[in-house]
Design a protein around this ligand. Structure first.
Ligand code: MG
Length: 445
C-alpha cells in the first residue's frame, strides 16, 4: 500500500495583520485554502471550506471529492447570506486526494481546484503546475492580451474569477493522475509563488526530503522575499507505506469567527506557526496530466462574476482599484523601512506593494520609531509618505546629535548649527552611546 507523507506550514507573512489562509492534512487528503472578504470573512471562509471538505470527502473517489467542494461552496455562501459581518466572503481551495492506493509503488491521485491557489507535481527534479489559476490575469493571458511573464507581476493579479462562497454553485476543476513512490505534490497559496520563483521552490524540494521541513523552509523563504501576503504550503510525498491516523487543520480565524460550528476531530493547531508543520501520511498507485481547466473565454458570465466579486459593478471595480492604490503608507519589509502603495490591510483583493525603498534600516530605529513605523502611517501621495520617512530620519539625526553633544560634555545646551549639520551628515553615530536599537531588528518571527 502506498501512502502519502505530508507536512504543512502557514504564516501571516510580514505585511498582513492576520492569517486568512488555512491548510488541511488528513489521511488520503490534503488541501490549502486562501480566504478573502474582510477581516473576519476570509479566515472564516477558508477554515469552513477545509472542514467541510474533510467531513464530506467520503471514501475518496473523485465524484465525492468534487461533491465535498461543492458542499463547502454552498455552506460558505449560505453563511455569507445569513451574517452581515461575513457578507461577500469567499475562499480559494485546492486539494489532492488519494483515490486508489492498491497498486504496488503506485497511486491514483485526484487534484481539485477553485481559485488561484496551486497544486504542483515535483517529479524528475522538475516542478509541473497541475492547476490553472482562476484569475483575471490568466484570462488575459488566454486571450493573448498579456504574456505569462507580464501576468506574474501584473497589478491586478490578485483579482480572481472563481472562488468558493460567492455564488450558490461553483464549477470545480478536477482531474486524476497516476503517481509513483517519490512523487511530491506541493499545494500552496499565492503568498508562496508570488514571492518565490519556481526554480527556487524546486531547489528546496530537491534539498529537503522531509515534507515538514520543506514546507517550513518554503514559508520562511516567502517571508524572506517580502512576505506581502499570507503564506501556506503543504508538501505531500507518495511513499511506500505508512499512514496518517488523524487529520490536522491549520487555521487562525476559525475559533474566533465560528462559535456555532465545533472544529471536527483534533481541532486546529496553533495559528501562524510555521513550526506547526506536521508529518502525516495517506494511502496509494504514470504520466503527468495537467489539470486542464477548460479553455475559457473572457465571457459575459466571467465578467459578471468579477463584477460581483468587487460588489459595485464595473465602475465600482475601478473606483475600488483607485481607492486601493491611491494611497501610500510607511512600513517595514524585512530589515528595511519602505513605502508601500495601497492600504495597510489591502482592499478586497488589492494587496499593497512596495513602491519605494528607503535608506532607513529597521536597525536604525528606536523602539518608539519602530512602533511608529509599524502603525503604518498613511499618506495620500508618495511625496507625503517620503516626508514621513524624512521626519523619522530627521528625528534620528537630531537624537544622534543631542547624544553626541551630551557625550561631548555638559554646557552645550543649545544648537550649534554647524555641529548639527556635521552630525546630520553622519549616517551612523559612531559611538552609539545612546542608540537603543538592541533587539529592534527582530520585530516579527
Ligand atoms: Mg493570498
Amino acid at each position: 500500500m502506498t501512502a502519502f507523507a505530508a507536512g504543512a506550514a502557514t504564516d501571516k507573512g510580514r505585511v498582513r495583520n492576520d492569517n486568512q489562509d488555512g491548510a488541511l492534512v488528513a489521511p488520503g487528503l490534503a488541501a490549502v485554502a486562501d480566504g478573502m472578504g474582510g477581516h473576519q470573512g476570509g479566515g472564516f471562509a477558508s477554515s469552513l471550506a477545509l472542514e467541510t471538505l474533510q467531513r464530506n470527502a467520503g471514501s475518496g473517489d473523485v465524484t465525492s471529492l468534487v461533491a465535498a467542494v461543492e458542499s463547502a461552496n454552498r455552506d460558505i455562501h449560505q453563511v455569507s447570506l445569513e451574517r452581515d459581518d461575513l457578507r461577500g466572503m469567499g475562499t480559494t481551495l485546492c486539494a489532492v486526494g488519494m483515490i486508489d492506493s492498491a497498486g504496488v509503488g503506485r497511486a491514483r491521485v485526484a487534484v481539485l481546484n477553485v481559485g488561484d491557489s496551486r497544486v504542483y507535481l515535483y517529479r524528475g527534479e522538475r516542478l509541473h503546475q497541475l492547476t490553472e489559476d482562476h484569475n483575471l490575469v490568466q484570462t488575459l493571458v488566454r486571450e493573448g492580451r498579456i504574456t505569462q511573464a507580464e501576468a506574474a507581476t501584473h497589478p491586478q493579479r490578485n483579482i480572481i474569477t472563481r472562488a468558493l462562497g460567492i455564488e450558490p454553485s461553483v464549477e470545480v476543476d478536477h482531474a486524476e493522475l497516476d503517481a509513483a513512490v517519490g512523487d511530491v505534490f506541493l499545494l500552496c497559496s499565492d503568498g508562496l509563488f508570488n514571492e518565490v520563483d519556481e526554480d527556487r521552490i524546486a531547489s528546496v524540494l530537491r534539498r529537503l526530503s522531509d515534507p515538514s521541513e520543506a514546507a517550513a523552509e518554503l514559508v520562511s523563504l516567502a517571508n524572506a522575499h517580502g512576505g506581502r501576503d499570507n503564506i501556506t504550503v503543504v508538501v505531500v510525498e507518495v511513499v511506500e507505506s505508512g499512514g496518517v491516523a488523524s487529520f490536522e487543520l491549520l487555521t487562525s480565524e476559525r475559533e474566533a469567527t465560528s462559535p456555532t460550528r465545533p472544529a471536527p476531530g483534533g481541532g486546529p493547531v496553533a495559528p501562524n506557526d510555521p513550526t506547526g508543520a506536521m508529518p502525516v501520511a495517506f494511502g496509494e498507485p504514470d504520466g503527468v496530466e495537467v489539470l486542464a481547466g477548460r479553455p475559457r473565454r473572457f465571457s459575459v458570465r466571467v465578467l459578471a462574476f468579477v463584477v460581483a466579486l468587487v460588489g459595485l459593478g464595473y465602475v465600482g471595480y475601478w473606483s475600488i482599484d483607485w481607492f486601493a492604490n491611491n494611497s501610500y503608507f510607511v512600513g517595514t519589509d524585512g530589515a528595511e523601512v519602505v513605502i508601500y502603495r495601497g492600504r495597510p490591510d489591502g482592499v478586497l483583493w488589492f494587496d499593497p506593494s512596495v513602491e519605494e525603498r528607503t535608506d532607513l534600516a529597521v536597525s536604525d530605529l528606536t523602539p518608539d520609531d519602530l512602533e511608529r513605523v509599524e502603525a503604518n502611517p498613511t499618506a495620500s501621495s508618495l511625496e507625503d509618505a517620503q516626508r514621513i520617512v524624512e521626519n523619522i530620519e530627521l528625528a534620528i539625526a537630531e537624537r544622534d546629535a543631542a547624544s553626541d553633544d551630551a557625550a561631548g560634555g555638559p554646557g552645550s545646551d543649545d544648537d550649534d548649527p554647524g555641529a548639527d549639520d556635521a552630525e546630520l551628515g553622519d549616517p551612523e553615530g559612531d559611538d552609539g552611546s545612546t542608540t537603543t536599537d538592541a533587539g529592534v531588528g527582530t520585530t516579527e518571527g
